[in-house]
Design a protein around this ligand. Structure first.
Ligand code: ADP
Ligand code: MG
Length: 327
């Protein structure tokens, strides 16, 4: 954990028979980055993570950590650790012994490994529950135990596959804040797989959007969100409208759309849905008789000049709010 080791994927490829699950992806993760691999189900996220962890063979290309080729090393020798979606805790072992498990495999004697396991439990605020069995823990507590177990080997890179998906929505938001805090404290690289754009936006310094076995767009989270390059990325990140204009397709953020009553607006439309969201109102209109476009208005703006279903409106935006899309 003391050295700063960058993780690099070089033309990394995974084939399962005729299926290409990961198609020659390359990416450089700077040490200490919180990165999210984001994409729909089946796009190759888990296969990528499992290859980094060493739980899956690399079909082609390579993986380096701190310049060292780790592509063919056993999982325990890579400097990575993996936290699984279902936590995979051993049901018959106490929390303490679950956390100490990999040290036991390394032949570390009982007193020493329990001391280290206690440090890890302290880190995730689970000291009081050390003697419990996994079945006696809540979902959030199981997650903390799994985190402590993954971190005990002092990995340079922690790999997390949909780590929050087993939690209810309320707990998910709390645990995601804790993951972020833990990553900041440890200063190690986290590579977190998710299909949830809100989760990725909330956590990631860098976001890697995958689609159909390839990287569609990657970079600093805010840069990707502010300037999606393809219709796929704009749609997948949400909060964007993809609109075809005479000079091509553009992405426009929902909160950048202004609603007017004039017919000089760039896009005339008819209101098809009005959704109250507390602080905001999402107003959906059909434009050009086919495309749906959503404007996110502050409650003040909407209720200052309320509109009705079926009403004709105009949608406008500042020129710089529209981003040209590749496809
Ligand atoms: P994701 O995690 O993004 O949902 P996966 O990496 O699990 O995607 O899967 C990518 C593709 O590889 C999918 O088409 C999936 O069906 C296929 N795949 C995943 N694991 C296996 C496997 N063990 N054998 C055969 N095909 C697999
Ligand atoms: Mg997966």
């Amino acid at each position: 954990m003391s050295q700063k080791l960058d993780l690099e994927l070089i033309s990394l490829t995974k084939r399962y028979g005729a299926t290409v699950a990961v198609d020659a992806i390359s990416y450089h993760f700077n040490a200490g980055t919180y990165a999210c691999l984001l994409g729909p189900s089946g796009c190759g996220k888990s296969s990528t993570l499992r290859m980094i962890a060493g739980h899956e063979n690399v079909s082609d290309g390579s993986i380096t950590l701190g310049g060292r080729d780790i592509s063919h090393l056993p999982p325990a020798k890579r400097g990575t650790a993996m936290m699984f979606q279902n936590y995979a805790l051993f049901p018959h072992l106490s929390v303490l012994d679950n956390v100490a498990f990999s040290l036991r495999m390394q032949g570390v004697e009982t007193a020493a490994r329990h001391a280290r396991a206690k440090e890890m439990l302290e880190l995730v605020d689970m000291t009081a529950l050390a003697d419990r069995l996994p079945a006696q823990l809540s979902g959030g507590q199981q997650q903390r135990a799994a985190l402590a177990r993954a971190l005990i080997t002092k990995p340079d890179v922690l790999l997390l596959d949909e780590p929050l998906s087993a939690l209810d929505p309320f707990l998910r938001i709390r645990m995601r804040a804790e993951l972020k805090k833990l990553q900041r404290e440890l200063g190690i690289t986290f590579v977190h797989v998710t299909h949830g754009q809100d989760e990725a936006l909330a956590l990631a310094d860098e976001i890697v959007v995958m689609n159909d076995a390839k990287i569609e767009q990657a970079g600093k989270t805010r840069s990707v969100f502010e300037a999606p390059k393809s219709a796929f990325v704009a749609r997948f990140l949400g909060s964007h409208n993809v609109v075809s204009m005479p000079d091509g397709m553009v992405a426009i953020r929902s909160d950048a759309l202004q609603v007017t009553s004039t017919d000089t607006a760039k896009l005339p439309g008819t209101i098809t849905n009005i959704e109250y969201q507390g602080t905001h109102v999402a107003l959906t209109a059909v434009v050009r008789g086919e495309q749906e476009v959503t404007a996110l208005l502050s409650d003040k703006d909407f209720f200052g000049d309320p509109k009705d279903l079926g009403e004709a409106i105009g949608l406008d935006w500042e020129a710089e709010a529209a981003h040209a899309l590749a496809s």
